[in-house]
Design a protein around this ligand. Structure first.
Ligand SMILES: Cc1ncc(COP(=O)(O)O)c(C=O)c1O
Length: 176
């Protein structure tokens, strides 16, 4: 692989991981600080003001993951459920509908059943290994098909490409 078009292994080791400008450390230091000194009101130094909103350690991880996935931006969360909750709030509104695995991870199922459903997000537990069942479950207001593959805990397999293909998404209507 050329330097301009690095392969997966090179991206895993280098993306988001320039040697530390101050010390030359080749592994990103863990920044254990909550607040960053600013150059003035709204004058963030390097874009950082408070560690929860952004910090250099998390930036390094997000840049590396984005590079590995061929994406333009990565987002890291403190837990899987925090990521799921954020994603659902970003791409759905009350009145939307989601297709979810009929053996979804328990925490994910409870997020849909106990948190987002009372808020107005309807959902259909479906066998994602059955493409016809997935197609039948999709409605005009479906904005999410939640795929786990292999599923946890039953290890059933979904055909991600087939589910993502326009024919399978025929019922997809408004996104927000
Ligand atoms: C498929 C799946 N989704 C989501 C989660 C939730 O991750 P976390 O425990 O980090 O919130 C898990 C955890 O085991 C999982 O297996």
């Amino acid at each position: 692989m050329s330097e301009r078009n690095p392969g997966f292994s090179t991206r895993a080791i280098h993306a988001g991981q320039e040697p530390d400008a101050l010390t030359g450390a080749v592994v990103p230091p863990i920044h254990q600080v909550s607040t960053y000194k600013q150059d003035g009101v709204g004058g963030l130094r390097g874009g950082y003001e408070y560690s929860r909103s952004a910090n250099p350690t998390r930036t390094a991880l997000e840049e590396c993951l984005a590079a590995l996935e061929g994406g333009s931006r990565g987002f890291a969360f403190a837990s899987g459920l925090a990521a799921e909750d954020t994603l659902l709030r970003a791409v759905t509104t009350p009145g939307s509908h989601a297709v979810i695995p009929n053996d979804a991870y328990g925490g994910t199922y409870r997020l849909f059943a106990k948190v987002t459903h009372p808020w107005g997000l309807d959902y259909s537990p479906t066998d994602l290994g059955d493409l016809d069942a997935v197609r039948a479950a999709i409605r005009p207001e479906t904005s999410v098909v939640w795929i786990e593959t292999p599923t946890n805990p039953l290890l059933s397999i979904a055909d991600v490409a087939a589910i993502a293909e326009p024919g399978a998404r025929r019922g997809r209507g408004r996104r927000r």
